[in-house]
Design a protein around this ligand. Structure first.
Ligand SMILES: N[C@@H](CCC(=O)N[C@@H](CS)C(=O)NCC(=O)O)C(=O)O
Length: 228
């Protein structure tokens, strides 16, 4: 018995061949997902939120830092996270998350909303990439973190607060992946500086709204507890 044309029709039929007879059954059309990252929230957490929200099954593959040097050469472009979708490897955390957001209806309801959600995600990401995450010298690291959190964060928070205004969600009338990204990133920022957003109750309330979504609340409860 062999699989017919890779075994799967686009309608989700799983077909096997016996001689000249094909047996087709309705298989699951759900892709096989494997998300590979370190045992951290970091750049994979936005995708884990999106998986949690959509309820799609995936392998949350967390590698040990000690194993990374031997794994790195096997990963296209040598950086993680990567998401394998039925064996196709997608790199870049935000490309992965944008794909998952589209698949789950969280990318924005119109092309303009989608562009705005992308823009907010990129704005937050520009800020997150200012930090020297991989700096080994703890004094240098702390000084840079303090400087960014004290001197650069207020501008971002002020602009995000203005953008959000009195709306429930950053873009449009319903939650998008931009709200998830704010929650994921601000969780890490607040772990570094707990009073960071005290002057921005609307941004803190947005975090509460995201974390009150039942699937997100359940994920936050059950996820591995890691520093970052
Ligand atoms: N822009 C990329 C950055 C990927 C990246 O720098 N990943 C880090 C972990 S957060 C990594 O793979 N570090 C190990 C290395 O560069 O060897 C993304 O968003 O995925």
């Amino acid at each position: 018995m062999s699989l017919f044309h890779g075994g799967r029709h686009s309608e989700g039929l799983l077909c096997t061949e016996e001689g000249t007879t094909y047996h087709c059954t309705r298989g699951s059309s759900m892709p096989q997902y494997k998300l590979t990252y370190f045992n951290l929230r970091g750049r994979a957490e936005i995708s884990r939120y999106l998986f949690a929200y959509s309820g799609k099954k995936y392998e949350d593959h967390r590698i040990e830092a000690a194993d990374w040097p031997k794994i790195k050469p096997t990963i296209p472009f040598g950086k993680i996270p990567v998401l394998e979708v039925d064996g196709v490897t997608i790199h870049q955390s935000l490309a992965i998350a944008r794909y998952l957001a589209r698949e789950s209806g969280l990318a924005g309801q119109t092309p303009v909303e989608q562009a705005l959600a992308d823009a907010i995600v990129d704005t937050i990401d520009d800020f997150m990439t200012l930090f020297p995450w991989a700096e080994k010298n703890q004094d240098v690291r702390k000084q840079a973190f303090d400087d960014i959190l004290t001197n650069k964060a207020p501008e971002l928070l002020k602009d995000l607060d203005t953008f959000l205004g009195d709306n429930n969600w950053l873009v449009g009338k319903s939650v998008t992946w931009a709200d998830f990204y704010w929650d994921v990133c601000s969780t890490t920022l607040l772990s570094c500086k707990p009073d960071l957003a005290d002057n921005y109750p609307r941004l803190l309330a947005l975090r509460d709204r995201v974390q009150a979504i039942p699937a997100i609340a359940a994920w936050i409860q059950k996820r591995p507890k890691t520093a970052m």
